[in-house]
Design a binder for this molecule. Structure first.
Ligand code: FAD
Ligand code: UDP
Length: 369
């Protein structure tokens, strides 16, 4: 049977493409090497609690079109991410805002907090930040860097903050208001009933085959469709022939506890170096569900090795050079590469959807001309 499109990967990128192409009347086959759909946004029901199997996922965007798009499949709740940081037993609010500054220094007004930060970041005067450490000190000063950033970041990335790109920390807002909302976007929430439902709705009417590794039978699968969209790691597609791109991986340790409420918040980060996990997620708080039990997950970062899931691309200079070479190779291949792993990009969900919709629009305009 011949398909118009074979889509490798049923994650968000692949599923948006599958939905849009099916809507255009194309015959689409989606394959995934995992035993479930959804890629990293997959959620699993544990007696009424939606467990985020591959780490906490909170949808946030400033793009109304993307917000309307996801809401056309499922209803979203009004969850607002307001994580706490635990540093040596002290609880501090995140992101860095007037609550954090008060807890650390006792400053009460924005003026007092700004004066404290100005004093704290003096060592960066006249220096243009060129790495994560310099960027962090220049944004919030040394105290916050030492207590809330350095340990967490070095655990998360397995590298010294001086060897990491500055942009990673620019994701976090610094606010002179008493506002613990982790994101500054206009729209935020979690799908009622979990992310798997969102993907299921996107894939209505699409043929999906699970537990199939495209790379193990590449030649066969290349023949089943006229076009291929590939959302796996770009280096794996080319048998790593130019070298291996580096990723960070994660190990999730999940427990069910016969207790109604374990930590009182969806996310608590552990920012000191000596605690091996970066955060504890209590899944029920994403949905505000009432159950007698709870499910919590500790997240342990690790260097990616054969057989692990590649979660985070490491966008340092060496890896970006290598990625650019793979991207050149990809140009001569009759395949569309997209998503977090193929574009080797630290993409959030809304950006993945935008990127998939753009790719499909481009295909449409090429087909029209
Ligand atoms: P993926 O979800 O990785 O999907 C790729 C799919 O391809 C997978 O299902 C994989 O099994 C399949 N595949 C790969 N190779 C093959 C092969 N050879 N054959 C067959 N199938 C294959 N974003 C947010 O907006 N908010 C958040 O709070 C947030 N939190 C995150 C937390 C963590 C821990 C992580 C890792 C990411 C987070 N993200 C978050 C980002 C979000 O997960 C991604 O943007 C999104 O899932 C990427 O979708 P994708 O389709 O590109 O990739
Ligand atoms: N970060 C930190 N301390 C924290 C939370 C985050 O230093 O308590 C840094 C860390 O380097 C992390 C980056 O900020 O990689 C971005 O954080 P975010 O929560 O956006 O990461 P993600 O959602 O991708 O895990």
């Amino acid at each position: 049977m011949k398909y118009d499109y074979l889509i490798v990967g049923s994650g968000l990128f692949g599923s948006v493409c599958a939905h849009e192409l099916t809507k255009q009347g194309k015959k689409v086959l989606v394959i995934d090497k995992r035993g479930h759909i959804g890629g990293n946004i997959y959620t699993e029901n544990n007696n009424g609690i939606q467990v985020h199997k591959y780490g906490a996922h909170i949808f946030h965007t400033n793009d109304k079109e993307i917000w309307d798009y996801v809401n056309s499949f499922v209803e979203f709740n009004r969850f607002t991410n307001a994580p706490l940081a635990n540093y040596k037993g002290q609880l501090l609010n995140l992101p860095f805002n007037m609550n954090t500054f008060y807890q650390l220094w006792g400053t009460k007004t924005p003026e007092e907090a700004k004066a404290k930060i100005a004093e704290q970041r003096k060592e960066m005067d006249g220096i243009e930040p060129s790495n994560l450490e310099e960027q962090a000190i220049s944004l919030v000063g040394r105290d916050i860097y030492e207590k809330l950033i350095k340990g967490y970041t070095e655990k998360q990335w397995g590298r010294d903050c001086k060897d990491l790109p500055a942009f990673i920390i620019r994701r976090l807002p610094v606010r002179f208001t008493y506002d613990n909302n982790y994101f500054s976007d206009n729209y935020q929430g979690v799908p009622k009933g979990g992310y798997t439902k969102l993907i299921e709705k996107m894939l209505v009417g699409v043929e999906v085959r699970l537990n199939i590794d495209f790379l193990k039978d590449k030649e066969y699968y290349k023949r089943v469709a006229d076009n291929i969209i590939y959302t796996g790691p770009i280096d794996e597609y080319f048998d790593n022939k130019l070298g291996k791109l580096e990723y960070r991986s994660l190990e999730f340790k999940t427990r069910t506890i016969e207790q109604e409420n374990y930590q009182g918040n969806a996310v608590i980060n552990y920012t000191e170096r000596d605690i091996p996990f970066t955060r504890i997620i209590e899944h029920k708080h994403f949905d505000h569900v009432t159950t007698n039990h709870t499910v919590v997950t500790e997240e342990y970062p690790s260097e990616w090795k054969e057989g692990d899931e590649p979660y985070y691309p490491i966008n340092d200079e060496r890896n970006m050079q290598l990625f650019k070479q793979y991207r050149e190779l990809a140009k001569s291949e009759n395949v569309i590469f997209g998503g977090r792993l193929s574009e080797y990009k630290y993409y959030d969900m809304h950006q993945v959807i935008r990127s998939a919709l753009n790719k499909i629009a481009k295909l449409e305009s090429t087909n029209d001309s």
